[in-house]
Design a protein around this ligand. Sequence first.
Ligand SMILES: [Zn+2]
Length: 95
Amino acid sequence: MTTCPNCSAKCNPLKFLQVTKWTPYVCPSCSARSDFPLKQSIILGLAAGLLLGIFSYLLAKFIGGFSVIIAVILVITIIPLIQYYFMYLEKVDDS
Ligand SMILES: [Zn+2]
């Protein structure tokens, strides 16, 4: 599970949805700023694209219309869970 690199408090996966290259994760316990390493973000991006493709294909087969919208919602729900269980945060340099 992803924890704060500064105080080891458990992270809130919902907050990962707001984390981008420009807005780091802010720990609710100690206010330290941290970010996912670039390599992990790239792998996550590829995994998200792959999942989106698979879900769109499967949903289109079984339910037809709106499959892409549902696939996008599923992937957006799954991404923070992947980040929470498989990724780790690194401290952001304030310099
Ligand atoms: Zn912290």
